[in-house]
Ligand binder design. Sequence first.
Ligand SMILES: [Mn+2]
Length: 327
Amino acid sequence: MMKRPHLLYRNGFSVIGASISVGGLKKGPDLGPLALLKSDPQWLKELRDLGISATWTHSKVADETSFWQRPRCEDDFRQSLPIVAEFARHLSSTVMKTVMNDQFPIVLGGDHSIAIGTWSGVAQGLNWHKPKSNLGLIWIDAHMDSHTPQTSPSQAIHGMPLAVLLGHGDPSLTHIGGSQPKISPQNLVLMGVRSYEVGEEAFLASQGVRVMLMSEIQERGFQACFREAIAVVTRDTAGFGLSIDLDAFDPIEAPGVTTPCSLGLRASEVIPVLQQIVGHPLLAGLEFAEFCPPLDSAQGSTFVLLKNLLSVFMTPRGLSAKVNIAS
Ligand SMILES: [Mn+2]
């Protein structure tokens, strides 16, 4: 018997602040969501004025004080791991409940280790609506973030979330929300990559993941590349997510990140293309990572870019078409 399609996201947006920075081994990104919250987020009020529910949840702030008080040492990975793992477990459960409650999750980091919690949570939430379904993911980033502890020179966990989501890494991270991989390699696309190490490059190649280097985007254009990415992440999936590391953008536009990398994307080419997927029936969640307020320009250009990216999606149209998850 055919059941009625499930009305995903009829309960509005849920913006989830994820304050953590130990995944990047540099303080600052933990202040990203707080900066946005304190700035009197007019966009939340405007949505409410339109009759759309938009709530703010602050996920547990990572307990990092003792990490920053100790001297930096060889053992950063082992020291940061339990903090990142506990935070990711909590974030995953918050995001899972959001999706189960038919709210559209938007996670604001925080260093990019938040992706472990965000996408484990979205995958679980989608599976609650539709068992055994796959989640696709578009990862827009200057880096590959696909190291395992064995390949990473820095041992920073914000360089590892994609490997974790593919099922590789420390079990305290890969087992969050169940031991199965949260993303299949054939439904993952990286875009804008221009700084990486051989170990993670070889790992992604061995998995058969589609990587669009910045050079390819410059050659073919962001529009054409993004169209291909959408095809990859919607092939036999119940939904797809979009994770944007602000360091994907050129440091001229987004200097407020911990690992800036020159010759990046420009908002003028990215934003009009992103507007095309607003209200896409399979868009299942958004994540913005690595905003580091203390490193932003005096004019706050990174902050402005982040708010512009949010306002692309947080419109009535952003919720209009979420109807086709058959349960
Ligand atoms: Mn990243």
